[in-house]
Design a protein around this ligand. Structure first.
Ligand SMILES: Cc1cc2nc3c(=O)[nH]c(=O)nc-3n(C[C@H](O)[C@H](O)[C@H](O)COP(=O)(O)OP(=O)(O)OC[C@H]3O[C@@H](n4cnc5c(N)ncnc54)[C@H](O)[C@@H]3O)c2cc1C
Length: 487
């Protein structure tokens, strides 16, 4: 257990071992800190700042009074508290006795994760593709998690927003129908239960949907969906159970600015944030979504190590209609064209033209609270996250092509019950996330999951944790290697 002695009489040393969310306060006091758990003794007496409870937290009511020292030591420092970073922290906490710190420049769900629609799907992934194995593994881990929550007598719907709705990929043309039948065959051969629904069958299961003759859909009954906010809150709560053992800490509202390295081999000793120096004894994991490219570039300035990860932000809008009962959907829905839009720019040589900048394809779910969530758009407009009403208009019109009832309602009529979610998907030009170790370094990267970060999160976390711990990997990581990805 970490031993902390304080020269400030006003602070309870027992509480001080509970790391929490740090925020500095102006009045400094003196701190001498020795950590046997972290295996390090801080040199001499450190200057520290008096603790202060952080500001409002959107995801959790947990507020801990904690000592805020400017230097801390952990086995692993994870940068980024999106679904990827928090899941990696969770995996390390559960599968090892290492101590873990998570840093975010804001709070969880402030990145792409907070906008995610929640599809944990296999139906739109392609058997044999680079991400297939990882997707299968990750889906299995999500299922296991949902089942374990159920086994504890809890409802995964309440805890994760988990719904086993099944997925429907809906075709709009005869050509789509042919391709969907082929996909069903492929999925079935790969061991995923899938079936093709004729237009008659589709009308029966989704009466609100306009289905023309000779059209149909691919149904994957085992696909699920979750609520990203609830799921992140659940993961955070689980991680915080390790705070009392001194094994977990969160540093929010505290952007990473640099790495402190030793020698010329690139080994990182510490992560420098705007407020803290966090020593990492074993590894640093960078999981900062679409910011990972620029961050890695800045963290390794003038390095001989190639860390140019070409991840870029791909903006997405979702339209959320609360208490909206004009249209009911029973499955998670997606139009077949979504898959083309997702991979439209795949391939190392593809260039982004103005015409390719915006795509809108219909996605629809009823979420855990009964809201209708309609999507979704894809655009390359840098790091801008402002709501663009013209895009919302496009999403609404596109949805109306599938749900005739919506055409009877104008967007202005439902202004009161609508919300918009915007997020920046971390897009990789070659369509594969980057998951691996920076060569000759103790830095790992896990980023670039584009529109599949929620579904791939648990598989990614397991992969990264196994890499850090030196365990055999469950899934081949070669397609995701950092090296050679400067495409
Ligand atoms: C509209 C939309 C719908 C989607 N739907 C789905 C879906 O249905 N299913 C699915 O699987 N995926 C979906 N996704 C994709 C999914 O949301 C992302 O792939 C996933 O959230 C990426 O997670 P992440 O942790 O890598 O990144 P993020 O969630 O973006 O987290 C990165 C974190 O890094 C932090 N950070 C950045 N720079 C720094 C710094 N210098 N120091 C410290 N912290 C920093 C940020 O504050 C942020 O919290 C959707 C995305 C969008 C936008």
């Amino acid at each position: 257990m970490a031993a902390i002695s304080l020269s400030s009489s006003s602070t309870n040393p027992k509480k001080a071992t509970n790391y929490g969310v740090y925020s500095p306060c102006a009045r400094p006091f003196r701190l001498a800190l020795r950590s046997s758990l972290f295996g390090s003794t801080f040199p001499g007496t450190l200057s520290a700042e008096k603790p202060r409870v952080s500001g409002p937290r959107p995801l959790s009511s947990t507020r801990l009074n904690a000592v805020s020292a400017s230097h801390h030591s952990f086995d692993v420092v994870v940068v980024g508290a999106g679904i990827i970073g928090l899941s990696i922290a969770r995996q390390l906490l559960l599968e090892s006795d290492l101590s873990v710190a998570v840093i975010d420049r804001a709070v969880p769900c402030s990145g792409a994760t907070g906008a995610g629609q929640g599809y944990i799907w296999m139906s739109h992934k392609t058997p044999g593709s680079d991400i297939w194995e990882l997707a299968v593994r990750s889906q299995k881990l999500w299922e296991t998690l949902a089942n374990s929550i159920e086994d504890q007598g809890l409802d995964p719907l309440d805890v994760l927003g988990w719904m086993r709705t099944g997925s429907l990929v809906v075709g709009g043309t005869r050509e789509d129908t042919v391709k969907l039948k082929e996909r069903v065959k492929q999925l079935s051969e790969a061991g995923v239960r899938a079936e093709f629904l004729s237009s008659r069958e589709l009308r029966q299961v989704e009466p609100a949907l306009l289905v023309q003759e000779e059209r149909g859909a691919a149904l994957v009954p085992g696909d699920s969906q979750l609520d990203a906010q609830r799921t992140v809150a659940f993961i955070e709560k689980g991680n915080r159970k390790f705070q009392s053992q001194g094994r977990y800490a969160e540093f929010y509202h505290d952007p990473v600015v640099s790495l402190l390295r030793t020698g010329d081999k690139g080994e990182v000793k510490a992560v420098q944030t705007s407020k803290n120096t966090l020593y990492s004894k074993k590894a640093v994991v960078v999981a900062t979504g679409c910011w990972s490219g620029s961050l890695m570039h800045n963290l390794f300035p003038e390095s001989d190590i190639s860390v140019d990860i070409p991840v870029k932000p791909r903006k997405g809008h979702l339209l959320v209609l609360e208490n909206f009962d004009s249209v009911q959907v029973n499955h998670g829905l997606m139009e077949f064209g979504y898959m083309n839009h997702q991979s439209l720019l795949s391939g190392p040589t593809s260039a982004v033209t103005d015409e390719q900048k915006l795509s809108v394809s219909m996605t629809a779910i009823m979420d855990a609270t009964g809201n209708l969530v309609l999507g979704s758009s894809r655009q390359f407009v840098g790091f801008n996250t402002e709501v663009d009403e013209t895009i919302i208009d496009c999403i609404w019109k596109r949805a109306g092509e599938f749900f005739p009832k919506l055409r009877e309602i104008s967007l202005s009529e439902i202004r009161e019950c609508r919300k918009v979610r915007v997020g920046l998907r971390p897009y990789m030009p070659d369509g594969r996330p980057v998951i691996g170790q920076v060569p000759c370094s103790n830095v790992f990267v896990a980023a670039g999951h584009e529109g599949s970060g929620l579904s791939l999160a648990l598989g990614t976390a397991e992969m990264v944790a196994d890499m850090v711990l030196g365990n055999p990997l469950k899934v081949d990581s070669a397609p995701f290697a950092v090296k050679g990805r400067s495409c």
